[in-house]
Design a protein around this ligand. Sequence first.
Ligand code: ASP
Length: 364
Amino acid sequence: MKRMFVLTLALGLSFQSQAQIATATPTKAEMTKIQTKTQPRVIILATGGTIAGAGESATKAAYKAGQVPIDALLNAVPEMHQLAKIEGEQVANIGSQDMNIETWLKLSKRINQIFDNNEADAVVVTHGTDTLEETAYFLSLTIRSNKPVVLVGAMRPSTAMSQDGNRNLLDAVMVASAPQSKNIGTVVVMNELVFAARDVTKTNTTSTATFQSRNFGPLGLIYDGKVNYYYQSTHQPTKKFNVDKLDKLPQVDIVYGYADASPKAIECMIADGAKGLVYAGLGNGNFNAPVGAALEKAAKSGIAVVRSARAGSGRVTLNNEVNDAAMGFAVADDLNPQKARVLLMLSLTGTNDIKVIQDIFFKY
Ligand code: ASP
């Protein structure tokens, strides 16, 4: 019995020293009182994905994302209730290939409300992995508080042998409630690593080690139920975007670069009402002559054009191989095309000035 108390305390009050824990022998009622008083409050917002996915058997790969409801997720990992006082809310239950701006706005507004009303000390968002990086970046740009917002997913469905979701969820709650995460803002926790929302990307279609920050590496490492942080990005938004009154965002489309590309896709996007274009360019954001001409025409007609790259890592540099100043373009710096689209949509809620937009891309 005594051993059980010691173990529970060690888990529940991980920020107390081992010496304190070893001498404490509270009654069960005292235990509950201590935990309620000292445990951080974490709200889990569930959106679906493979972490809530179910398949027909433990060994077959086929499954359907977004099947398991939040209550089942909460019960699946009893250990996380030792770390925090947890409540759950179902925001959506979809595969993240179906993630959309409406749900981004709903999530962002709810998280701002949670922190404004002091409903929790941290938020965990369970999410499919396909677009997790976009949601994470969107939240990092729109959540006013620096309190932890931890996005987490899984590569194997909850019914699979060696499923990764339960471990990832426990790690996410641990990171969210760790004292050293107090001002960490929006991060992604997967596969025992903590990544900055801005830098992380999905790099592999099926591997559990899919999430990486190719340019800068993870912020922190998780081991033995603890997180250690090593880095913090100097790219922090000076001002968060306020989406409280918005129910949609300006249309921004992504144009993919390839050998012998035609400008037809660009013309279609403009005809469809795009207010901004992100070009996923060749190498350092390069294009062939017809695509370059179409992008320049778009930029000169008032559409915000941002050059990014399809290469997967590195920066797109201003006014080097391409004369951005003359053509009216901005560059995405080290943001990949899907992240650049998020930042451009949000930037366009406040300005059409490409110089201001460039400044935002260099700082945020
Ligand atoms: N297609 C799934 C999703 O993004 C994949 C996953 O969650 O790993 O929802």
